[in-house]
Design a protein around this ligand. Structure first.
Ligand code: ADP
Length: 475
């Protein structure tokens, strides 16, 4: 099977969050399983290599850009879409012309596969930045023989980012005005990339079974619940995996003392190193870690309200993240109030993230909503016990620890409140106080399999199903 995987970020080239982890790992896993995979990405400033080869598209083509496919990651070809004026910027997103930037990306991807005469069986689109690809295929390109029979999958990694733009986007994208309807691209008076993906793809997936249910409700649907419920028989939830080569405590080059399940006591050395690294006192107290975008989605409001109560206890916390200025400011203020207990590091730092996963005892994710979440899986792989709000993919990642049966691997709280958060931390601390029980939770975490192989198989099933649907539809 030939798969074209389209995303706006992918490890190791460009990353702001979990999408990049998925787009870096899933194509590799699919290739390992025998599929022929091409990954398409914008060529941002941050993609740090020179372009050696450029292929120009002809005058009459859909669009003119250059590209450079390189054999980059284990059997996956990477197609970089160049448009220096649009992609060579300091950030990947957040510009007034984002609509145009990603329209161009979508068009360029479709043009290039034709130019290269590389016809995929399936195009796997991810999040709003690729939402127009299924739209083009099912409207303007519908009669083009090259594109006939290509099935599209649209994966929602986070429904809150929708790519909604003023009506003019239709003109910019060269799409017909008939598409400006509530059951097509129109969304509250705007043109929505996300809605395009939801309405026009053959199958929709999202990154956990629980989130697939949640997004059909007004509470989690971000206004798209109607469109999603309407297509619910085409909606699947597949839990993400994590890259077991990148995230491996036994071979982690960032950890001063690598370890595995038989040498868990070595975690202590990494904890000391982490404490030194972030200038926390090197004391033997529970250390809670967080690695997270500083976005309101991630539960910082309840965490900040809980901190005065949390820091009455003898514990430490280290938070690594960048994002919303207000959250950054409030966290910094707190760290000044509790200098021996709380360290806040405001930057994106791959190395420090590894140290936190490896060196912390507890990993906290108090999210308001969480499509999948990778931090909790990475933490479990490192024997670092998650304290999680029981929502979305967090709910699907583990089971509450049961002290009597020694079963389970996480500590959950349900209600979105500072009190509930403190309650779950307290549950964890109580077990932490019992060395043997804590070791059981750690070993239960290490037993979980979050490698991509299982999820990749599920995606292959979805691809086959989508192809089947496409065949029937075109008959
Ligand atoms: P989201 O995609 O919503 O940001 P996920 O939990 O799915 O959340 O994925 C977050 C990923 O980004 C994890 O791999 C996490 O380690 C990483 N990450 C987030 N913030 C930082 C940071 N400041 N420095 C390094 N890695 C980070």
């Amino acid at each position: 099977m030939r798969i074209l995987f389209c995303a706006s970020e992918a490890v190791p080239y460009a990353k702001t969050g979990g999408l990049a982890d998925v787009a870096g790992a899933l194509p590799k896993a699919l290739a390992k399983g025998g599929a022929e995979v091409m990954l398409a990405l914008p060529k941002y400033k941050q993609v740090g290599f020179q372009v050696e080869e450029r292929i120009a598209l002809g005058e009459n083509d859909f669009l003119t850009v250059g590209e450079s496919p390189v054999e980059a990651i284990e059997g996956v070809k990477v197609l970089f879409i160049h448009q220096d004026e649009f992609y060579l910027r300091d950030s990947f997103y957040g510009y007034p012309d984002d609509g145009l930037r990603f329209t161009l990306f979508n068009k360029a991807v479709l043009s290039f596969v034709k130019k290269l005469n590389w016809k995929p069986d399936v195009i796997h689109c991810n999040d709003w930045q690729t939402g127009l690809i299924p739209v083009y295929l099912n409207t303007m390109l519908r009669e083009d023989p090259f594109y006939k029979g290509i099935a599209t999958i649209f994966t929602i990694h986070n429904l809150a980012y929708q790519g909604n733009f003023p009506y003019e986007l239709l003109n910019i994208a060269g799409l017909p005005p008939e598409l400006f309807r509530f059951d097509k691209l129109e969304f509250w008076g705007q043109v929505s990339f996300m809605k395009g993906g939801i309405v026009f793809s053959d199958l929709i997936t999202t990154v956990s079974p629980r989130y697939a249910e949640e997004i059909q409700t007004p509470q989690f649907g971000a206004g798209m619940e109607g469109a999603l419920s309407y297509r619910k028989d085409k909606l699947r939830g597949i839990l993400n995996g994590i890259d077991y080569e990148v995230w491996n405590p036994a071979k982690d080059e960032f950890l001063p003392v690598p370890y595995d399940g038989s040498s868990l006591e070595r975690k202590k050395e990494n904890k000391k190193f982490l404490q030194k690294e972030v200038s926390l006192p090197q004391r033997d107290v529970p250390l809670i870690g967080m690695v997270s975008r500083l976005a309101s989605q991630k539960g910082f409001d309840i965490l900040l309200s809980a901190m005065d109560v949390l820091f009455e206890k003898d514990l430490q916390m280290v938070i690594l993240g960048v994002g919303e200025k207000e959250i950054e400011e409030r966290l910094k203020e707190m760290s000044l109030k509790y200098p021996d207990k709380l360290k806040v590091v405001i930057r994106f730092d791959e190395r420090l993230s590894h140290l936190i996963y490896g060196g912390s005892d507890i990993f906290l994710m108090p999210s308001l909503y969480e499509p999948c979440g990778l931090g909790q899986m990475i933490a479990m792989r490192y024997g670092t016990i998650p304290v999680l709000r029981e929502v979305g993919g967090l709910a699907d990642s583990g089971e509450e620890f049961n002290h009597h049966k020694n079963e389970g691997n996480v500590f959950f709280f349900k209600e979105y409140s500072p009190q509930a958060l403190c309650g779950a931390v307290e549950k964890a601390l109580e077990v932490y106080g019992n060395k043997e029980a804590w070791r059981s939770v750690q070993l239960n975490c290490l037993k979980k399999d979050f490698s991509w192989d299982a999820s990749a198989k599920k995606y292959l099933e979805v691809y086959k199903e989508a192809l089947e649907l496409k065949r029937k539809e075109e008959k």
